[in-house]
Design a protein around this ligand. Structure first.
Ligand SMILES: Cc1cc2nc3c(=O)[nH]c(=O)nc-3n(C[C@H](O)[C@H](O)[C@H](O)COP(=O)(O)O)c2cc1C
Length: 168
């Protein structure tokens, strides 16, 4: 098998990007599975998708990545935070550290993904503290923007990422 796309997705955003990554991969020697259904099928190149959970990926992703040896590994993911290069870099550092040293790391693609309405309700609670007003407004604005992601432009960026990875 040339390519394996593995993903963890709680609410579907990362699955949407995973499907785009899968479709951008050339040839027939490829597969896509959720991390929960993955049983160790071999491939030369792994594209591992994760959703950002408190600044990093969830345990199932760490588990799957840690077991890869001698593979090429590219990461992709979605998070609530809109494009913030510094924040995205910090996530990359926290996640790619779990890729074993005998694998070749090929880079990461991250885009924004909508969040559950519960998160917005939590921002509303902080309304009672006027000192947090500016921060609350920023978070609400980010939340509302996230509702439209991943959008077509994100999927095009994911596709371009795959093309860059394949050139390596
Ligand atoms: C419990 C929880 C923790 C989250 N932590 C973060 C976070 O630290 N940073 C962030 O930008 N987004 C965070 N998010 C937002 C998700 O990463 C985002 O909605 C993502 O697109 C969900 O992907 P999925 O639909 O594939 O599950 C969090 C969401 C949940 C439910």
């Amino acid at each position: 098998m040339d390519y394996m796309v593995l993903y963890s997705s709680k609410t579907g955003n990362t699955k949407k990007v995973a499907t785009e990554v899968f479709s951008a991969l050339p040839g027939m020697s490829k597969d896509m599975q959720s991390i929960d259904e993955y049983r160790g099928k071999e491939a030369d190149v792994f594209f591992i998708g994760f959703w950002v959970n408190r600044g990093t990926c969830d345990m199932s992703v760490i588990d799957a990545m840690s077991k890869l040896h001698g593979k090429k590994v590219a990461l992709f993911g979605t998070c609530g935070m809109g494009s913030d290069a510094q924040y995205y870099k910090s996530i990359e550092k926290k996640v790619n550290v779990w890729i074993p040293d005998d694998c070749e790391y090929l880079g990461m693609f991250l885009c924004q993904g909508k969040m559950p309405m519960q998160v917005r309700e939590n921002y509303e609670i902080t309304r009672e503290d006027p000192r947090q007003e500016a921060c609350r407004k920023k978070l609400l604005h980010n939340f509302d923007e996230a509702l439209f992601h991943p959008n077509d432009a994100d999927l095009a960026d994911a596709r371009a990422f795959v093309e860059r990875v394949l050139e390596k």
